[in-house]
Design a protein around this ligand. Sequence first.
Ligand SMILES: [Zn+2]
Length: 272
Amino acid sequence: MSEPTAYELYAVKYAQRQARRAEHFIGGDPHDLPMPMDYFVWAAVGGDRTWVIDTGFEQADADRRKRDLVRSVTDALATIGVDAATVGDVILTHLHYDHVGGFGQFPAARFHLQDREMAFATGRHMARPTFGHGFTADHVGALVHEVFDGRVIFHDGDEELAPGLSVHLVGGHTMGLQVVRVRTRIGWVVLASDASHYYENMETGRPFPIVFDVAGMLEGHDTVRRLASDPSFVVPGHDPRVMERYPAAGSGPPGSAVRLDVEPTLPPDEVP
Ligand SMILES: [Zn+2]
């Protein structure tokens, strides 16, 4: 019997911003300390097939929203040997600007998306700034065009897309947020994306404030932990600590990319 597919898995950082702790928890935080945010895309490389998870944003959104675009997603992926121009499959965890904005950099890709996320991004809730702010209308409109060209593959709930790689509808942060579960040599790793922005959100049960359904987000924290072989194998969507817990990868400068198919190293003050 042949070995089941075990993917190489990477987190690739392309942008960052300065922020404070109080911005990242509903109800704020009593400690007024810096808590920067990183922006990632992820890549699962298995055999001759590479999956990219999310597409980042581009300079226009960096300017408009005052984010620091460190390098384009194309350049960031190139540091780990992934050519955005030829990638065949991209999973969009959700349609917020920082997850879908770079999709034009993937001209050969099909985009995997939950039905519910497209309904959310094109429906009534977008008229409310509370929910619409995280989306850039031009991205959503452009992706609708791709639907007509047959490039958007819709999923409804949990689905295995390939052996050892599946998507799971979580919701919470947005109506149709999906997470990605990937089989690696250390077991099942879960790319939580914005099901939990930081380790601390899911570890302390304090949701991130940009949220469609608070209860759904808290359930999502449980779901991602259940899907992973170990709770420490859940990779949050925006936490700079990801770059500290995993070994560096690729040809970029330090802090560009890490391998996620390796047991994470917990810092001494966080070892349980
Ligand atoms: Zn988001």
